[in-house]
Design a protein around this ligand. Structure first.
Ligand SMILES: Cc1cc2nc3c(=O)[nH]c(=O)nc-3n(C[C@H](O)[C@H](O)[C@H](O)COP(=O)(O)OP(=O)(O)OC[C@H]3O[C@@H](n4cnc5c(N)ncnc54)[C@H](O)[C@@H]3O)c2cc1C
Length: 486
């Protein structure tokens, strides 16, 4: 008789947990999944990527309608946005994707799904609704939540987070957003485009602080021109509700300012969902950043794994999926597979998008790595110009041996353009191959070929090569002397 009820128990049915469950169950492991919400899919499907990208698309179309005269079209007067209809569309898109994350699908794959909030009673056993379930290995994939403003003046006012913003029943006339990370920036532009008066309050002197300042400033310039107000180096010192509006007193370098808005969105960071799991009692080490894991996603108990947002490393759906795959290799195949995050890509879906893979200048400097930067502007990309999207640039960083360190792209559909770099860098392709590969014209991805070409061309068109060709083939040199032209 088996010593445990299950081979594998998974807590949390989001990107990380579902990746593990799907892999483990299909490989024949007796698998239990426990989810606290009434539906599977996690933050990404219900309160994150899917609703935010759906909202952003509506906002982008509405913005295009309002600015269509830029493209030689007749000016149109567009009616105000009915946010309920956008929220309905968000719900419809979620419902379509939900089918892929249904209980029936995971049951068909061979997993048992239960709903509720479990608590560890020992290293191999949890309690759920008064019943105990044991498993040889456990996976804690409970994700993260918007960090609550504990002990802060914000506790005096009602505020919303990513859990509420996609189901508002009206468009806020004014919106204050606290924080300037990817979620805050995406929402600031989308709500501004839909017609809200948006102010972003950020503690530090830069938005999107992980990114290089020149690119983050590029995003800020575009958004400021569209009407978003930014208060950088600013801290909220008092908050209250006045006449149905939220009032914030903000200390800035220029002095104190009082702001009022209908709605306040808190997007100042994420904390791991670990409350109530009983981790301290069973000795799973965790800190303010999340559950501590090694590169195989093992916690301080080697049979308990913690992939995804809950470990606080990379908080992206694709990272959660990658880490979930590593857990399957370790827990089911018993292979010592490690996460490989060297080429972890990501994208902030503002317009223009800001996409990144590998090192940027900030991270290279922090690591003390010498680098050179090769830049191409979208102002030199014919497709971008045809589409009225010639703002932004691509930065390619090379190390001293001219090996790629990373690529950063601020520009139209930068996340899609980055896809080619995902293949180039993971495949270890030579830059000369990229420079020589035929790209269809006119496309935005030509910028990738261009930057590789700008690195390669001084080597091909060098004085030494010219001298050698002259010698071997008796080439006659320049046919035009600009100073002697009449
Ligand atoms: C507004 C927003 C936009 C985003 N946009 C993007 C994007 O464009 N691209 C991208 O890559 N990432 C994006 N993210 C991040 C992405 O959503 C997360 O990185 C991803 O969801 C992490 O997956 P996970 O499985 O670790 O956690 P989750 O998806 O959050 O899943 C955790 C699951 O565990 C459950 N759970 C929690 N506690 C318990 C408990 N005690 N018992 C049982 N179940 C529990 C939760 O209900 C949830 O279903 C966005 C996030 C937000 C908030």
């Amino acid at each position: 008789m088996a010593a445990y009820d299950y081979d594998l128990g998974v807590i949390g049915g989001g990107a990380a947990g579902l990746t593990v469950v799907s892999g483990a169950a299909q490989l024949g492991a007796r698998t239990l999944l426990i989810e606290k919400e009434p539906a599977l899919g996690g933050d990404c499907l219900h309160f994150g990527c899917v609703p935010s990208k759906t909202l952003i698309h509506s906002a982008r179309l509405y913005h295009s309608l309002k600015s269509c005269s830029r493209f030689g079209l007749p000016e149109v007067v567009v009616p105000e946005v009915d946010f309920c209809r956008i929220a309905d569309r968000i719900r419809a898109v979620i419902a379509t994707i939900q089918k892929h994350d249904s209980v029936e699908r995971f049951c068909r794959l061979g997993a048992e799904v239960r709903f509720g909030t479990p608590r560890f009673v020992d290293e191999h056993q949890i309690e759920l609704d008064g019943k105990r379930f044991s498993a040889r290995s456990w996976v804690i994939a409970t994700g993260s939540s918007s960090t609550p403003p504990q002990g802060s003046v914000l506790q005096n006012i009602p505020f919303i987070t990513n859990k509420e913003i996609f189901t508002l029943n009206r468009l806020p006339a004014s919106l204050i957003i606290l924080g300037a990370g990817p979620i805050a920036i995406e929402m600031a532009q989308a709500f501004c485009r839909l017609g809200s008066q948006v102010t972003v309050i950020q503690r530090s002197g830069q938005i999107l602080t992980k990114e290089d300042k020149d690119l983050a400033d590029g995003v800020m310039e575009v958004m400021a021109a569209e009407g978003v107000r930014f208060l950088l180096g600013a801290a909220v010192t008092a908050a209250g509700t006045v006449g149905g509006q939220q009032e914030l007193v903000v200390a800035t370098q220029a002095g104190e300012e009082t702001l009022r808005a209908e709605t306040v969105l808190v997007a100042q960071g994420r904390s791991a969902n670990v409350d109530g799991l009983g981790l301290a009692e069973i000795g799973v080490a965790h800190n303010a950043g999340g559950i501590e894991v090694d590169s195989r996603m093992r916690t301080s108990h080697s049979h308990i794994y913690a992939p995804g947002d809950v470990n606080g490393r990379f908080q992206f759906t694709h990272a959660a999926g990658h880490e979930g795959g590593v857990v399957v290799a370790n827990a089911i195949f018993r292979l010592p597979r490690k996460v490989n995050t060297r080429w972890m890509p990501w994208c902030t879906y503002c317009d223009p998008e800001l996409a990144s893979i590998g090192m940027n200048e900030k991270r290279a400097k922090e690591a003390g790595i010498a680098y050179t930067v090769w830049t191409e502007e979208f102002a030199g990309n014919d497709r971008a110009l045809a589409c009225g999207a010639g703002v932004g640039k691509l930065k390619m960083l090379l190390d001293e041996k001219e090996n790629p360190l990373g690529v950063q792209i601020l520009g139209p559909l930068a996340g899609e353009i980055l896809g080619e770099w995902v293949a180039v860098l993971n495949g270890g392709m030579k830059l000369s191959t990229l420079a020589g590969a035929i790209h269809p014209y006119p496309t935005l991805t030509e910028i990738n070929k261009r930057v590789a070409g700008s690195w390669l061309s001084p080597k091909i068109f060098s004085a030494t090569v010219r001298k050698g060709l002259k010698l071997i083939f008796q080439l006659q040199g320049s046919a035009c002397n600009p100073s002697s032209r009449v």
